[in-house]
Ligand binder design. Structure first.
Ligand code: CP3
Length: 363
């Protein structure tokens, strides 16, 4: 299928907020909005394993659209996983029920970095591009489609640790025991991620998010040595070719990094729920859009309590240069009806706020 001539976009509120343009209401989408909290996703997962869904464009498109059929979300995010990149580099990844990802043969010594496939690995990832193109057509311009990648450091964490851990001591130890091999690995990942993201744009992605979910494992200096230079290079090189495509960075737990974003090439900064919206705005300055940051645990509360928290969050961020989201992903036991409360409340409350402020301004 040709990526050219996609249907015109009907709801551009997410892209407008990402670019710092005025909006009619605050746009909202949710990390992990497609997933196990939806019964229709669980039904499909009974028939297909996780990576089969990722690798089959028809299935990936279907799952991407599931939350949009239920809720008035302002963006879709392609169904895939950050771990398809280590797979493309030749590593085996299993998704274990209740345990998350498992690498049977992780990188255990610096020599193991040489095991990773060299050269262009993009044939291996063509199913992601096909899924994006198909989904973009299926969306019929309803909302924009977001592509994504894991950040180099977060991918390194999985590739070196191999499975769940209390301390993630192995990847952290590499930084001090094997700094050269660490940089070699991070460089190799960066070299793959840049063309991977560019091809996602060519295939139909209208914005891109970098997930540095394990940024919080790093102290400020380690972050500036092993995470930030690679994140900057990715943003710089994407922006050189695609200046109009919004780039979102979600570096979970990296409070100390907020001032670095001021002068970066990222358009939108994702905040987790431990970051204060007003302090974060102060640190980042007025020229970036912010995204986040409702504690996913709020979704376990009553609808009335959810409405209160959404209102508070909206007041803290303000309605401009703001994309509402959770501070991390959906949990499998969330009630879908509570997602509806979140989405509808954010829309209604922000529309009222924007109408009042425009009347006040013109009177
Ligand atoms: O709706 C969406 O957000 C798009 C799909 C998406 C998935 N993973 C699907 C998924 C996205 C954007 C991701 C990103 C991802 N994957 C991240 C970054 C975001 C974050 O959560 O910090 C990370 C760290 C991963 C790696 C990963 N994949 C983990 C740790 C797990 C297990 C956790 C869990 O929820 O079970 C996965 C599996 C995964 N990725 C599932 C989904 C829907 C659940 C697996 C299943 O269906 O059995």
């Amino acid at each position: 299928m040709k990526p050219t001539s996609f249907p015109p976009l009907k709801n551009d509120q997410f892209l407008r907020a990402a670019r710092g343009l005025p909006v009619q209401r605050v746009p909202i989408w949710l990390m992990r909005q497609a997933g196990r909290y939806l019964p229709e996703f669980r039904r499909l997962r009974q028939a297909y394993d996780f990576f089969t869904v990722c690798r089959t464009p028809e299935l990936a498109a279907e799952v991407t659209l599931q939350p949009l059929e239920r809720f008035d979300l302002d963006a879709a995010i392609i169904f895939s996983d950050i771990l398809v990149v280590p797979q493309a580099l030749g590593m085996e990844v299993q998704m274990r029920k209740g345990h998350g990802p498992h690498f049977p043969d992780p990188l255990r010594s610096p020599e193991d970095v040489a095991r990773l496939k060299a050269g262009d690995v993009h044939e291996e990832l063509s199913y992601v591009y096909e899924a994006l193109t198909l989904t973009r057509h299926r969306l019929q311009g309803k909302v924009p489609l977001i592509g994504f990648s894991g950040a180099p450091w977060t991918l390194m964490v999985y590739m070196v640790e191999g499975g769940p851990s209390k301390t993630y001591a192995r990847p952290r130890a590499w930084l001090y025991s094997h700094p050269e091999a660490s940089h070699k690995l991070l460089n190799r990942l960066t070299e793959v991620i840049i063309p991977y993201l560019k091809r996602q744009i060519q295939a139909g992605a209208q914005a891109l998010q970098l997930f540095d979910s394990w940024a919080g494992l790093l102290g400020p200096e380690a972050f500036q040595t092993f995470a930030w230079p690679y994140l900057q290079r990715i943003a710089r090189e994407i922006k050189r070719d695609y200046p109009e495509v919004p780039l979102i960075l979600f570096a979970r737990g990296a409070h100390h990094a907020l001032p670095l974003y001021r002068t970066s090439d990222y358009d939108v900064i994702g905040l987790d729920w431990t970051m204060d919206p007003r302090q974060s705005r102060q640190a980042i300055g007025p020229h970036k859009s912010l995204q986040g940051n409702l504690d996913p645990a709020v979704l376990y509360a009553s609808p009335a309590r959810i409405r209160e928290e959404v209102q508070r969050m909206l007041e803290a961020f303000g309605p401009h240069r703001y994309i509402a989201n959770l501070g991390h992903g959906m949990y499998p036991d969330h009630d879908p009806e509570h997602v509806r409360v979140l989405v509808d409340t954010m829309h209604q409350a922000s529309e009222t706020l924007l109408q009042t402020s425009s009347t006040t301004a013109s009177s």
